[in-house]
Design a protein around this ligand. Structure first.
Ligand code: NAD
Length: 469
């Protein structure tokens, strides 16, 4: 049995209050490894290492920090196929997407290596003649990162890379469902010589709580469910700690009568079903112009049929299992009384859920409002574009929204009126460039953004300086 290890002070170690098994969701009889549940003491140790090394890390030049981020990118590149296979085995992501995730990791590190040498402030003209006034971005100190399992390498990195680039040190608490991937990430950090500034403490929610509550941790960046995110936000607010919570979605695609229906069906099917709908940006609602409902459904069925369901290790697979038996049971129960417009077949073994399109639901039903995180698409029809936009916005979430149309006027109106952090026209709701701002409106986010230049806003605080003659 593989024992998964914490990474503290440049060393891989076991210990804690027990362990959880990380299970291969495709072959549930295969245990990927035992994930140790880090104790408050271990967390304290990791935070202490990060705190004691932060000042030296910050004092390095941006160019030196950039060099180390490039070295991390090199270490990931050198093991890319092994990392992609670990993602397949541990979280059931189809191999093509897993390889894409690893490439994204390298792109993120290269991008933030560049950010490490960009300006850290601006000159602000002073009211005092001859004075020099400027703003200066400074790191917080130790930043805590809490991450989900669905992008087990990319999400930890799109937090760690900007945090480190601007001079913070970090402690990561990865998901208990993806401990092995997190250990491999730590191994690549180790190879890049980042052991003093990047710590990993394995565990579940209780371990995460010890990170959030630690007095030396000045900021928390969290990605995961809205339930956990709100609890973390409360704890941080009580302690006046900076927080960033990137949470779920109930992402929508609108298909208008003038759209290329085949293209639209492929975009909606892919956005909803690939990786079994387990992306925060997955399409879980589609609103169709009532004049084309029948034709669109025919195209949608064909599009879903063209996405092979099965073993995520197979090159052709588009839809693998969901992460756990609990997820499988929750999703199956949620659709048990639904009106199915379409339901795919699925393998008997493994945590597979049939890809489903459900109809006959009202905008206020659970299926229309709550994130299922599975391959389930709720279909609505609208008699007008205004009604479609109203349905699209009728959700507490606001992460990603797409529109299929050939009319630029409709596109511009949608971009103006839809309440979502990411809007995509003739594209599916998933898939955003790694250097573009990423995050949601309304209940999907605490309002900050990750990735791209804007990511630095969260990881820095601003000092205003005036020097008089
Ligand atoms: P989750 O909320 O169950 O867990 C996320 C992380 O929080 C895990 O590491 C978990 O151990 C930890 N955690 C749980 N309880 C905690 C607590 N009380 N204190 C501190 N840490 C705690 O989410 P998940 O099932 O791992 O991930 C799926 C969710 O993530 C979906 O809702 C999805 O939409 C969301 N997600 C959002 C984005 C985004 O960028 N908006 C990206 C990917 C996933």
């Amino acid at each position: 049995m593989r024992e998964i290890k914490h990474y503290i002070g440049g060393e891989f170690m076991t210990g804690g209050t027990g362990h959880l098994d990380s299970i291969n969701p495709t072959h549930p009889d295969q245990i990927i490894g035992e994930v140790p549940l880090g104790s408050a003491e271990l967390m304290g140790q990791a935070v202490e290492v990060a705190a004691s090394n932060q000042s030296a890390w910050r004092k390095q030049t941006g160019a030196a920090r950039a060099g180390q981020l490039h070295a991390w990118g090199d270490a990931i590149s050198a093991r890319q196929e092994e990392l992609a296979k670990a993602i397949v085995d541990e979280v059931g992501k189809p191999i093509g997407e897993a390889r894409g995730e690893v490439q994204r990791c390298v792109a993120i590190l290269r991008y933030f290596a560049g950010e490490a040498v960009r300006p850290v402030g601006e000159v602000v003209p002073s009211l005092t003649p001859g004075a020099l006034q400027y703003s200066l971005r400074e790191p917080h100190g130790v930043v805590g990162l809490i991450t989900p399992w669905n992008f087990p390498l990319a999400i930890p990195l799109w937090k760690a890379a900007p945090a480190l680039a601007v001079g913070n040190t970090v402690v990561l608490k990865p998901s208990e469902h993806s401990g092995y991937c997190a250990q491999l990430l730590a191994e690549t950090a180790h190879a890049a010589g980042l052991g003093n500034v990047f710590q990993v403490v394995m565990g579940a929610g209780d371990t995460g709580r010890t990170l959030v509550e630690h007095v030396e941790v000045r900021a928390i960046s969290f990605t995961g469910s809205d339930r956990t995110g709100k609890a973390i936000a409360l704890t941080c607010a009580e302690r006046n700690k900076r927080f960033q919570t990137e949470m779920g979605g109930k992402n929508v695609a609108i298909v208008l009568a003038d759209a290329d229906l085949k293209q639209a069906a492929n975009l909606v099917a892919g956005g909803a079903m690939r990786f079994a709908g387990q992306k925060c940006t997955a399409t879980s609602r589609v609103v169709v112009d009532s004049g084309i409902r029948g034709r669109f459904i025919d195209e949608l069925r064909a599009a879903i049929d063209s996405l092979p369901v099965g073993d995520p290790a197979a090159a052709e697979t588009a839809v693998g299992p969901v992460i756990s038996a609990a997820s499988q049971g929750r999703i199956d129960a949620a659709v048990s009384n639904a009106e199915f417009i379409y339901q795919s077949s699925k393998p008997d073994k493994g945590f597979f859920v049939a890809s489903s399109v459900v109809g006959g639901i009202s905008e206020t039903d659970d299926l229309a409002q709550n994130e299922l995180f599975g391959p389930v698409l709720a279909l609505f029809e609208a008699k007008s574009f205004d009604q479609a936009i109203q349905i699209a916005n009728h959700t507490r979430f606001g992460l990603s929204a797409s529109l299929c149309t050939r009319d630029i006027g409709n596109a511009l109106k949608y971009i103006d009126q839809v309440q979502a952090g990411m809007v995509r026209v003739n594209a599916d709701t998933t898939g955003v460039d790694p250097h573009a701002p990423f995050g949601g409106y309304k209940g999907s986010s605490s309002g900050t953004r990750e990735q791209g230049e804007v990511a630095k806003d969260f990881y820095t605080q601003i000092k205003t300086v005036q020097i008089n003659p």
